[in-house]
Design a binder for this molecule. Sequence first.
Ligand code: UD1
Ligand code: UDP
Length: 357
Amino acid sequence: MVIAVVVGTRPEIIKMAPVVRACAARGLPYLLLHTGQHYSFELDGVFFRELDLPAPHHNLEVGSGSQAYQIGAIVAGLEPILARERPDVLLVEGDTNSVLAAALTAQKMGIEVGHVEAGLRSYDRRMPEEINRILADHLSEHLFAPTEHARGILRAEGVAESRIHVTGNTVVDELLRQRPRAERPELLERFGVRRGAYALATVHRAENTDDEARLRNVFQGLADAARALGIPLLAALHPRTTARLEALGLEVERAVRVLPPLGYLDFLGLHAGAALMLTDSGGLQEEACTLRVPCVTLRDNTERPESVEVGANLLAGADPARIVECARAMAGRPRDWPNPFGDGRSGERIVDLLARD
Ligand code: UD1
Ligand code: UDP
């Protein structure tokens, strides 16, 4: 039994780390395959180093480009590798172009696909991620749903019950494992903030970066929220966002302290001590909920409604006044919600389910 584990971007590296570790701990042979969709050290290499992951067995190095280019290049690059290695199952995680392309290649070659984080839906078909996750789910033989809610979605789409397994989300595994290393006493000092007295933000979704009016509004909302709460706001920006701000000549107000993308340990340590998270990230909605840090989501919809339902998250969209209103409402909220995303043993569960079959 050989499991091929595919990664392509920052969140996939983080969320597949527990799966790789579970394979290693059980002595199961595995192949780590990197599409190279992310390649800058701060979106890629830093996570391999900090999470003690082995170097990938193969890296397709597809890099940046249009969606069609990325998908085409991954399909073409992966086929000869899979033909040579013939893994028994190929695992993908999440909803990126790497996920769709790798799942499609394996399925076409008669290799079973397992989808980690199956059954998420935003019901917004303008998002590339929504198309990727729908297709990946329906290309898969093994669907590892993080929650009962996700299982219900798959069931309603006609996926056979026997193929769906509720495992929790592997993001919780990695967070719980790394938290003690991440919360170092000197960290907050290094960033010039005090525990519980600052907000943290990220922005990278295409729907926000590629629409000038929306991008301006999001940054206006962040600056207004920081002023309204009277606390510093640190924004660790994806290179996509920095490039767009530069191209538009858009100056970020001083109330927002712009940072480069951070490594996992610095980011997690800052997140754990924050009063509030403001983000359009998918994984950060889950991490904030797990850390019991209130979250304001800079989107009009979410495929993670569980965090909204337990009271950990509010959808603010991109309207500055609404961002401020949500920030005020969330900053003072009691942090006593249950975590709907699992118990931190999802990676082990996924590998045990595969090894059993
Ligand atoms: C991708 C995923 C998104 C995920 C995000 C995680 C798709 C459609 N999007 O978005 O779902 O939330 O990863 O972070 O798959 N760039 C660099 N260095 C890199 C990679 C990218 O500078 O290592 C810059 C390039 O200018 C590139 C841009 O970021 O054009 C966008 O990269 P891309 O891989 O197309 O999508 P992400 O925005 O990273
Ligand atoms: N993250 C990080 N450094 C940063 C921003 C995010 O390590 O500067 C981590 C974060 O802790 C989370 C993951 O990246 O685990 C989320 O990835 P991202 O927001 O890029 O993608 P999404 O989850 O939206 O697909």
